[in-house]
Design a protein around this ligand. Structure first.
Ligand code: FAD
Length: 390
């Protein structure tokens, strides 16, 4: 239950941070390890579960076991990431940290062509530098097929004049406006939390007038998340839209991992078929050298070690076409991602049939491990949680 916000407050005072710090402050370490998390360091540090050294898991059978990559509970350790509490609850997690300097220099590199964008990502991931400058972290934003930016971050000790996007200025807009920038390490880690990427605009938080009145301490993703919860409960905006004769909308909140060579294809297809803008990009490579060339290192989310993927994130709603069923757009995205050899995170809506789900998320192994650690089926299964919304 330790949030990354609390964790980073403690570690950063020692000049250290977790290898991957998910962008939203209130994600917990347990949530990121049992689900999935990703950030701009993932091209060199993989995913949060890859820095776990050991963990205590309170299993469905009622035991507390200490799991490592090797030994008696290795199968639990390996199967745990992307199990979302279906095998047990992590009650203590020991992770590796890395030393960091106090500042981050940023370079926003514009790329006007999606094929060139994918190629540039591939080169940066392989070389860990761009035009002679070291790259410590990289992510990107696609505003449209001919306007994408890669934000290259270089961690630095040098005293620099830093910007502040925790008040009136909005970080994602600065990407289009400036070529270089600098942030404190803490502000870099939470640069996306203040406006929940760009999603705060739906609540009016980016309108200069309202923003001046909006208390700074409430410019946070968990505040917007609560506002979404209220809307889901009372459907105030939904009813106003319906009265105005607007079509109902489908929720499209997903993060998908597409192999880098299929990324341009996916982005083109997505822009034409779904049309949400902007989208977030984050390259990643599994870190685990033991798994090189295999897909089995983390069987519940079997990315291939040694291969570069790009996480594509899009969060919002789209108007439903006449005659469409709710879920159609999400189902089309699932099919496209599978066609390109990618994977989809399960934190949001999923529509897979049981057979496809088991094939994509290591169903046979998961059932075997669940039988061992939760023989009575006390904990809701992964399919029932992710697809059945139980
Ligand atoms: C709206 C939204 C935005 C997101 N944005 C990002 C993002 O920007 N970056 C990113 O990296 N990820 C993002 N994610 C994904 C997120 O990292 C995962 O969903 C993660 O699992 C959430 O962790 P949490 O601590 O909030 O857990 P919760 O949402 O509280 O729980 C998520 C699931 O994990 C299980 N769980 C929680 N703690 C434990 C534990 N200790 N042991 C076992 N199971 C546990 C819960 O049972 C539940 O099924 C987002 C998710 C959502 C819903």
């Amino acid at each position: 239950m330790c949030t990354y916000e609390d964790l980073v407050d403690v570690t950063l005072s020692h000049g250290l941070v977790p290898l991957v710090v998910p962008q939203l402050r209130t994600i917990t370490l347990g949530g990121a390890v049992s689900g999935l998390g990703i950030e701009s360091t993932s091209f060199r540090n993989g995913l949060p579960h890859e820095s776990v050294q050991e963990m205590d898991v309170f299993t469905g059978a009622g035991d507390v076991v200490t799991a490592h990559a090797e030994g008696e509970h290795a199968a639990l350790f390996r199967t745990f990431p992307n199990s979302y509490g279906s095998l047990g609850y992590a009650t203590r997690i020991k992770i590796e940290l890395e030393p960091v300097p106090p500042h981050v220099g940023l370079r926003h590199v514009r790329v006007s062509d999606l094929d060139a964008l994918a190629k540039t990502i591939d080169v940066i991931v392989a070389d860990r530098e761009w035009q002679g400058e070291r790259v410590d972290a990289v992510d990107g934003v696609v505003f449209g097929p001919d306007e994408a930016y890669l934000t290259l971050a270089r961690f630095t000790r040098a005293g620099v004049r830093t910007s502040d996007y925790t008040g009136q200025q909005v970080f994602y807009r600065s990407i289009q406006e400036r070529e270089t920038d600098a942030l404190s390490m803490l502000d870099y880690l939470w640069r996306w939390d203040t406006d929940w990427f760009w999603c705060s605009r739906a609540f009016g938080a980016q309108s200069p007038r309202l923003r001046r009145l909006w208390p700074k301490r409430y410019l946070r993703s968990d505040v917007y998340h609560r506002l979404v919860g209220l809307e889901n409960r009372f459907k105030i905006m939904g009813r106003i839209e319906a009265r105005r004769g607007k079509p109902p909308r489908e929720r499209v909140i997903q993060d998908v991992e597409v192999p880098v060579e299929g990324t341009a294809d996916f982005l083109r297809w997505f822009d034409e078929s779904v049309g949400m803008r902007p989208v977030w990009l984050c390259p990643l490579r599994l870190r685990d050298p033991a798994g090189v060339g295999t897909a089995s290192a983390w069987p519940s989310y079997p990315l291939e070690a040694g291969r570069t993927y790009v996480n594509v994130g899009f969060w919002g709603t789209v108007p439903m076409k006449p005659g469409a069923r709710r879920g159609d757009v999400n189902i089309a995205i699932e099919a496209k991602v599978t066609e390109l050899g990618g994977h989809k995170s399960l934190y949001s809506d999923a529509f897979y049939d049981r057979g496809t789900f088991d094939r994509l998320y290591g169903g046979v192994n998961l059932a075997h491990v669940k039988q061992h650690y939760d023989p009575g089926g006390r904990l809701t299964g992964l399919y029932e949680k992710a697809v059945g919304r139980r």
